[in-house]
Design a protein around this ligand. Structure first.
Ligand SMILES: NC(=O)C1=CN([C@@H]2O[C@H](COP(=O)(O)OP(=O)(O)OC[C@H]3O[C@@H](n4cnc5c(N)ncnc54)[C@H](O)[C@@H]3O)[C@@H](O)[C@H]2O)C=CC1
Ligand SMILES: O=C(O)[C@@H]1CCC=N1
Length: 270
């Protein structure tokens, strides 16, 4: 089968998306070409059935991909993207890099290049990602629909028109899974400090975050209402929430953290 999608960079994020696409069956493995210089990561993609190569120059055959997904680090994105200029006339480019704006791509690929920016997150690997997309005017409807369809196999897709919102998006849903993972680590450590064995502590912390997030998502109820349902007057939860919510402690910390991520995203774009 001809290659429809070239994935450039198959590290944490590239692999998470690739796994989602192939699991859904919307793309056959042989329709995907993965360019990844790291042999271990290339082999991992190869085990999913993708065609793999260490550089685009090593990829065999005449390629005419519909989509080129750029999933390398922002620091190398310009030099890496330049190697794909030959596809700019026909393919739509999709970048998942933090910070780097659409203008950086049209500078490299030409003003007429069709470019989409997508901010995914790693839960995409199990179909529970959050993908936010913005496109330039050169992206044609069929390509937009194809990319949207592919991304939807990895979770929820939201579209924005104002690219300047991408820094905030990155700080919330792009980086956000790390905040929640850290919360699980903290809750696990606190459980051990409270006397529970380590494996029980981990199970309780993880299942509690999973259950609470699922209840919030599936009930559609305001999280504040769900919080009150747990909180008996003068009970145990109220005692804990006094620590977390007193003087807006957690809120202040989370707001500062998101602000720092947003500022770094702006910086990466310079
Ligand atoms: N990790 C995450 O949760 C998220 C990452 N992103 C973005 O995704 C991009 C990739 O991030 P990660 O996957 O975390 O980094 P990573 O370091 O795990 O993956 C990048 C991959 O690019 C490969 N690479 C380097 N030079 C290359 C070249 N010339 N051709 C092809 N591949 C090359 C590296 O070997 C590496 O495997 C970044 O731009 C980041 O901002 C976006 C949202 C979430
Ligand atoms: O940490 C980063 O820069 C990337 C972008 C969002 C998540 N990971």
């Amino acid at each position: 089968m001809a290659v429809r999608v070239v994935l450039v960079g198959c590290g944490n994020m590239g692999y998470a998306m690739l796994a989602g696409w192939l699991k859904s069956g919307k793309l056959a493995p042989s329709e995907t070409l993965v360019i990844e210089p790291n042999q271990e990561l290339r082999d991992r993609a190869g085990r999913l059935g993708s065609v793999v190569a260490s550089s685009i120059d090593d990829a065999a055959g005449d390629l005419s991909p519909e989509i080129v997904v750029i999933a390398v680090k922002p620091q190398v994105i310009r030099e890496v993207t330049a190697g794909y200029r030959k596809f700019a006339g026909s393919a739509t480019f999709v970048s998942v890099a933090a910070g780097t704006g659409i203008a950086a791509f049209t500078e490299i690929l030409g003003a007429g290049a069709a470019v989409m920016r997508c901010m995914p997150n790693t839960p995409a690997a199990i179909g529970k990602g959050m993908m936010v997309v913005v496109s330039n005017a050169n992206v044609k409807e069929p390509a937009k629909a194809f990319v949207g369809d592919l991304l939807s196999t990895s979770g929820k897709v939201a579209t924005i028109d104002d690219e300047s919102l991408m820094d905030a998006v990155t700080a919330v849903s792009g980086s956000g899974p790390a905040y929640i993972f850290h919360f699980i680590e903290c809750l696990t450590d606190a459980a051990v400090a409270a006397g529970l064995p380590a494996d029980t502590a981990r199970l309780l912390a993880m299942q509690t975050v999973y259950g609470a997030a699922s209840l919030a998502a599936e009930s559609g109820e305001d999280p504040a209402v769900l919080r009150r349902q747990v909180t008996s007057p003068n009970g145990t939860t109220a005692a804990a929430l006094e620590v977390l919510m007193g003087q807006d402690r957690l809120k202040t910390l989370v707001t500062e953290a998101v602000g720092a991520a947003k500022a770094r995203s702006v910086e990466l774009g310079k």
